[in-house]
Design a protein around this ligand. Sequence first.
Ligand code: SF4
Length: 346
Amino acid sequence: MATTKKDIRALSKEQLREFFEKQGDKAFRGNQVYEWLWQKGAHSFDDMTNVSIETRQMLEDNFVINHIKVDTMQRSNDGTIKNAVRLHDGLIVESVLIPTKTRTTACVSSQVGCSLDCKFCATARLKRMRNLNPDEIYDQVVAIDNESKLYFKRPLSNIVFMGMGEPLMNYNNVIKAIDKITSEEGLGMSPKRITVSTSGVPKMIKKMADDGVKFNLAISLHSAIDEVRTTIMPFNDNFPLEDLREALEYWYAKTKSKISYEYVVWNGINDTQKDIDALVKFCKYVPCKVNIIEYNPIDDGEFQQASPEALQNYIDCLEKNRIVVNVRRSRGKDIDAACGQLANKS
Ligand code: SF4
């Protein structure tokens, strides 16, 4: 009967050490193999040249190494790179490298598809197929780090969890991946260079605060009026803004870390003075900044970017109220790599 071999990268260093001890070998062998898997990026047991052939065969008999594979890589006119990443079971997710003069940012996925149903988002149409494992998230970052070094001669500087999926619906695996990304045995990145962007799951925001996470938090807000937000993000019906507000106050009280609100302004949806006033009011609850993001239509035009005048009105009103506001121009539009466009079309 065929048995399914376990992915060796699901094991912690301690578990690997125990495994070798149970095999009658030295625990130290676990450190060696762990180093091959995480620091040297071994894709096969045969790569582990300081491990005996017998041991490599024994590992081969017991485990697999489920590395991701970059199936296709597209480059945009503006330098943005989009990877279609094939997972060990054949499913595909996408991740994006966004270069600017001073930064190289990786936008990574946390789920295959998404269980939420944001009306403006191409990923929502894929539905959620499964959560990504910690190593599948980590591998996306490593692949982009390598591309950054290759094409831009500098390592990755920032990571945002804004690709496919809702990261807080795959919390444990996202946290494990971030632990690996920030550990010296992984990429040694500062957690302050990592941002987890969520549509806002109140109980998970509180859990993150209790867990003492050190990365940044961004909320896809898009409206501070319940009726409007529920129309564009139906899950708001279950987690209304009052619950979100309470969770964010809890987050700030515990972490003292400012929140970023991601905000797209659409024509005829959230472009009135009433919408702006509601946002200004919401911004007063917890120290924050607002990122106004340029929108990329995904199809028939139900959602269209608001007029420049409407955007300017938002900016003026926020600034008048001493709220920090940045405008994020969209990147990688020509390869469907921009915000809200990831849908495995390549
Ligand atoms: S915007 Fe994010 S949370 Fe909403 S459907 Fe798209 S991927 Fe999921």
